[in-house]
Design a protein around this ligand. Structure first.
Ligand code: VGL
Ligand code: ZN
Length: 222
């Protein structure tokens, strides 16, 4: 599959554009490595007509969100703490609701998006995945409703791109597979916060059954 063509079944396929927001691009509050590079090719894919739907996710935190290091006195960004019995990375303040860094990236054709799913709005719960929040105080991961939205529209195949490869794309892909979708990550259209994790992320997703492909492999028959 790695070198071959991947044929998109348009009628049952959606492109999921994860967190394409200025804060995750160079110059932003929580930049990925090379995020700038994926903007133009993602714009092209959104406009390609290859997918029945494009759906976007948008990281959307209130000020003083629990994932911010600044909300934990004495902590620094990228410290790891335990929160509700799980590991929580503490982040620089990013994607604060209404800020320029939280906007959908101005160079992408958002008029093509059928839906935009905001996540991370609960002040006390982080959310990497577009499908499920991270763990809450009750040890649950509340759904965003995205799986139901896609399922009700007859979508079975998902193609993920966007930022960040090692957090929101990775978690979204895992939850998509667990929810029963045939799931691909367009690896070249993602970029990580920490590129040191690339091989681990790729292997982990592959083990879960996620197809790791390059955008140049895509063909659309219909
Ligand atoms: C993300 C860390 C914190 C992401 C969001 O979009 O990957 N990473 N919030
Ligand atoms: Zn966030």
């Amino acid at each position: 599959m790695d070198n071959g063509r991947v044929s998109i079944r348009r009628e049952c396929s959606a492109l999921i554009v994860v967190d394409m927001q200025p804060d995750f691009i160079e110059g932003g509050a929580l930049p990925t490595q090379g995020g700038r590079v994926v903007v133009a090719p993602i714009a092209e894919l959104m406009s390609s007509g290859y997918f029945r739907y494009c759906v976007a996710t948008q990281d959307w935190h209130p000020p003083e969100h629990i994932s911010f290091a600044s909300s934990h006195p004495g902590r620094e960004p990228f410290d790891v703490i335990e929160l509700y019995g799980q590991e929580q990375v503490l982040w620089p303040e990013h994607c604060v609701q209404g800020s320029a860094g939280a906007a959908l990236h101005p160079e992408l054709p958002w008029e093509k998006a059928a839906a935009i799913v905001r996540k991370g709005e609960d002040p006390l719960v982080d959310s990497y995945s577009g499908f499920l929040n991270n763990w809450n105080a009750d040890g649950r991961r509340p759904p965003t409703g995205l799986a139901g939205y896609l399922r009700e529209r007859g979508i079975t195949d998902l193609f993920l791109c966007g930022l960040a490869r090692d957090y929101c794309v990775k978690w979204s892909a895992e939850d998509a597979i667990a929810a029963g979708f045939t799931t691909y990550v367009l690896w070249d259209l993602t970029r990580p916060v920490d590129s040191g994790t690339d091989e681990r992320v790729r292997t982990h997703l592959g083990t879960k059954g996620v197809g790791i492909i390059r955008s140049e492999q895509l063909t659309c028959d219909q």
